[in-house]
Every structure is written in structure tokens, then in C-alpha cells.
Design a protein around this ligand. Structure first.
Ligand SMILES: Cc1ncc(COP(=O)(O)O)c(C=O)c1O
Length: 501
């Protein structure tokens, strides 16, 4: 396949076996001496300007940061410059950037060609007029060129909004009520989708505070990579208003943190057809990252609707949209369709010329530069190097990747599973283990701090996105820095182990 970023597909059973071992033993993390004398010292001595910003921020911003991903232990760093594979903080320290803005910038951060097009556009017409701009057509046509299943595309303001829109469409199209998501998956922060976040089987118990239970009354979750449970849920829903849609990330929940079998998506497609539900692929992370044709191209499965985010604005704001089969996408038609029975969507600044042109230019550049394949190759190199280090230092950590999405699980904080059709069973089990999960999460963030102090930015200490800007030299330098951290990792006696559930 042309410009494909995935060169191999690991057996999920093998990865899960390793994750099971990881969570069944005590936590391993950088020892206290290293953490205080090196990590904390680095932040206090070398990052004073960031610390000043953060200290004042706490007065004006809840939690001191505006973005969930920006909080890093022991305090967030304030970034002032971004260039390709690197970030620079306010004190001038340089970092290898494996966050890549949370995934959208597969071309490397602050990619010049996109930037230049945007500057031209700003000089011409500014970021937004509220009226039709040709860039809206250009991006829709460009997406269709690479993903023919996306016959039509509506640009919205974010992935969260796109998911909300798709669920509305699915309910109108099928006349059914329930939506099934895969446990642990993130599909944005709308009321119905915060259900079952992060940990499969967690339902409303972890993050749904402030959301009335009626909002997720028709949301169900099933165990990742489990077609039997999905079918049982589809059967059950037949008696309760039917299933309008199954929504999933095609590489597995949380960008593949929970690995799936290669044939899983085909199985879901068959079940959706059998039970009359739409299949929605959330390609917010995978679209134009794992392949030009997205994960749907890689798995050769045609979804009814596709959710886009991140990359469709090329790393610029207002990134999101829904595309798919004409008959469904037409259900949210604007303009001429006003007054008809339709899924209402909107957003004052959505689909502005800036985000459309940035997305269009970025997709063209990803194609021209073969970015998916190159970033994928660098992901393989990083993952292989991490595996070699893990073996050499005798650590229980687990590294695996889906091309340019690399996972480094040091504590297994995300690896629990409380999925069960029986609510009481899941809830009791989760409540019993909740503090241990948080302890592991805390330890994962401590590892993240150690990476940061060694000049590596990760997503929460456990996920790494590679980009076109990563050369073999950048990856090898990153591996040297990981080695420096791994040399100081010890088993922490007394830090609780959990039996994998
Ligand atoms: C798979 C997936 N779906 C949806 C979203 C939500 O997108 P946004 O942050 O643009 O609302 C995200 C964001 O990270 C995501 O990773």
C-alpha cells in the first residue's frame, strides 16, 4: 500500500500477556535518589522561567494549565519555540518532541510549507469570514481522493463535535437509540462519550461527574477486542430500542493502547451489518497518520462514517469533521437543506479558511513527502530500540507500536479491564482497585518527568508520536536519553501490585 505507516501488526495476546505480567508485580520506577537529585533539580534549576509562569497561572487558570495534556510533573514547562522534531522552553532548553501537539503534526511541528500558506491566507482574507471559502471544497475533495469511502465531508470545530454529529446522524439514519463504544476509548468529551473513559468497564465511575445519567442512558461499552461481548450487547439492545452505531478507533482504544487483532474490524463490520447498526471509525488519530487511506485503508474495512480531527487542520486550531457515505453525510446538510429533517450541527468559527487550508496543505504534503511511511519507520526504530533497552536492563516495561504511534508502558496504569455485562460486578471490582490504578498513574507521570528532565517530551509518560522530522539520528539520540532514565529504574518494594483483571 502506498504511503502506509504500519509495517507489522503485533499479536494482541502477546502484548496483553506482557501487560498482565507488568501489572501483577510491584511498580518499577526511577529511584527516589535520582528523582530528587536529578529530576527535581533539573526542573528547579533549569526551568525557572517556566516555574514562574506556572506559579502565576495557578491564580488565573484552574489547575494552572489550559490543556489536559499540558500538566506534567513536577510542574508544566512553558514552551516558546517549536521546530520539526524539537521543542524549546522559555528557559531555552531543547527537547525531542514525541508529543507532536498530541498527534496532529505528523509532518513535524510548525511545518514551514503549511505555515507559509497560512501567512499568505491571513494577508489576503484573515482567518475567517463566516462565508464560503474555496479551501472548504479543496479539503473535502482532497480527503475523498485518498479515502474514497468519504464521499462527502463536513468540517467542524473539533473531533469531539464530529463524534457528536456522527451519533446524531446514526440515530436519524437507523431510527435506533443505543451507541456502543469500546471500553476505555476516548472519543472526545461530550456527555455521552465520557462514559467508559480510560479504563474498560469504568462506565460512569471515573470521569462522568457533573453529567446527568440520562445523558449516557443509551451509551454502552464492551470489552476491547471482544467480538462475542459486542454481539451479546447488540442482541441485548434489540429489546431496548436497537443499536444506532458502533463507534471505535480502528487501531484499538486510546490510539491502540489496548491492542486489537488484525481481523477485529472486519468482524465488527459484519456484526454491524447483521444488526443494522452504522459503523463509525474514529480516525482522529489514525487518519493520514497510519496511511493516506487511513486505518480503513490499512484494514480494508469500509465504515459508514469517519471521524476526523487533529490532522484535518494540519496542527492548526479548529480540527474536526465527519465524512462518509453520501446518504448519511447529507443528513447534516447546511444551506439548501435548512428546514428539513436533519442532524443539526454548527460552530461559529468551524470550517474557517485557515483550518481548511492548513488541513488541505498538510494532507497534500503528507502525500508528497511520504510522511506516513517515514514516520512509521521511525516509530519501528524507536520501538525496537526501547525493547532492546528494556531487555538489557531487565525491566518489566512493555513497548509496542502501530507505526508512528509508539506505546511505552512502564506501570500498566492503563491496562486494567473491568468489563462485564453485570454492572455491580464491574463497579465493585473497579472501586476496590481504584487507588492502585491512581498509584500506577502517578508513577507513570513520574517516569514522564524523568524523560522530560532528559530532554524528551512524551504524552503522559507512556505514548510517543513520531513524525517526518524524526531522522534515525534523532531516534538514536532519544534512545540514549531513555537509557539514561532506565539505568536508574528500580522495583519499589511495597508499591502495590494488582492482579490483572
Ligand atoms: C480518538 C480520538 N477521538 C476524538 C478526539 C477528540 O478530538 P478533539 O480533541 O479535537 O475534540 C480525540 C482527541 O484526542 C481522539 O484522540
Amino acid at each position: 500500500m502506498n504511503n502506509c505507516g504500519i509495517s507489522r501488526w503485533d499479536d494482541p495476546a502477546e502484548i496483553n500477556e506482557k501487560l498482565k505480567k507488568l501489572t501483577s508485580q510491584e511498580i518499577w520506577e526511577v529511584d527516589d535518589g535520582y528523582y530528587t537529585s536529578v529530576v527535581i533539580n533539573y526542573f528547579n534549576e533549569k526551568c525557572k522561567a517556566s516555574k514562574d509562569v506556572y506559579e502565576e497561572s495557578q491564580t488565573y487558570i484552574p489547575g494552572g494549565v489550559q490543556h489536559n495534556l499540558a500538566f506534567n510533573k513536577p510542574f508544566p514547562l512553558c514552551m516558546t519555540k517549536a521546530d520539526g522534531a524539537y521543542l524549546y522552553d522559555k528557559d531555552g532548553n531543547k527537547y525531542i518532541d514525541f508529543l507532536q501537539a498530541g498527534g496532529p503534526t505528523i509532518l513535524g511541528i510548525n511545518y514551514p510549507v503549511v505555515k507559509e500558506k497560512i501567512i499568505e491566507l491571513l494577508n489576503e482574507c484573515g482567518p475567517v469570514t463566516g462565508l464560503l471559502h474555496e479551501a472548504e471544497l479543496m479539503i473535502a475533495r482532497e480527503i475523498n481522493k485518498h479515502m474514497p469511502n468519504v464521499e462527502m465531508f463536513r468540517m467542524l470545530g473539533s473531533g469531539t463535535e464530529a463524534v457528536m454529529a456522527s451519533l446524531r446522524i446514526a440515530r436519524i439514519a437507523t431510527g435506533k437509540k443505543h451507541v456502543i463504544k469500546i471500553g476505555g476509548a476516548y472519543h472526545g468529551w461530550s456527555d455521552q462519550m465520557v462514559y467508559g473513559l480510560k479504563i474498560p468497564g469504568s462506565r460512569a465511575l471515573l470521569e462522568s461527574h457533573g453529567i446527568p445519567s440520562s445523558a449516557y442512558r443509551y451509551t454502552d461499552e464492551v470489552r476491547p477486542n471482544d467480538l462475542h461481548m459486542l454481539e451479546r450487547m447488540l442482541k441485548r439492545n434489540r429489546l431496548r430500542g436497537g443499536t444506532a452505531a458502533v463507534i471505535l478507533e480502528p487501531v484499538g482504544p486510546e490510539s491502540g493502547t489496548r491492542p486489537i487483532a488484525l481481523e477485529y474490524n472486519k468482524g465488527v463490520r459484519e456484526l454491524c451489518d447483521q444488526y443494522g447498526a452504522l459503523l463509525i471509525f474514529d480516525e482522529v488519530v489514525t487518519g493520514f497518520r497510519v496511511a493516506m487511506s487511513g486505518a480503513q485503508g490499512y484494514f480494508n474495512v469500509v465504515p459508514d462514517l469517519t471521524i476526523f480531527g487533529k490532522v484535518v487542520a494540519g496542527g492548526y486550531p479548529a480540527a474536526g469533521g465527519v465524512g462518509g457515505k453520501k446518504e448519511y453525510v447529507l443528513l447534516m446538510a447546511a444551506g439548501l437543506a435548512t428546514g428539513k429533517h436533519r442532524a443539526y450541527v454548527g460552530g461559529t468559527l468551524a470550517a474557517n479558511p485557515l483550518s481548511c487550508l492548513a488541513g488541505y496543505t498538510a494532507i497534500q504534503e503528507i502525500d508528497r513527502t511520504n510522511a506516513c511511511e517515514i514516520a512509521g519507520r521511525m516509530g519501528d526504530r524507536l520501538c525496537d530500540g526501547l525493547k532492546e533497552l528494556i531487555d538489557r536492563y531487565g525491566l518489566p516495561f512493555v513497548a509496542y507500536n502501530q507505526g508512528s504511534i509508539v506505546h511505552l508502558e512502564c506501570t500498566g496504569a492503563m491496562s486494567f479491564d473491568f468489563s462485564s455485562m453485570y454492572f455491580i460486578k464491574s463497579a465493585l471490582s473497579l472501586l476496590k482497585h481504584k487507588h492502585m490504578i491512581y498509584e500506577r498513574k502517578d508513577s507513570m507521570e513520574r517516569m514522564g518527568a524523568a524523560y522530560m528532565a532528559n530532554g524528551i517530551v512524551t504524552l503522559a509518560g507512556s505514548r510517543l508520536y513520531t513524525s517526518l522530522a524524526d531522522t534515525p539520528e534523532v531516534i538514536d539520540e532519544a534512545l540514549n536519553r531513555f537509557e539514561e532514565v532506565f539505568r536508574h529504574v528500580k522495583k519499589v518494594n511495597g508499591k502495590p501490585c494488582v492482579h490483572y483483571i
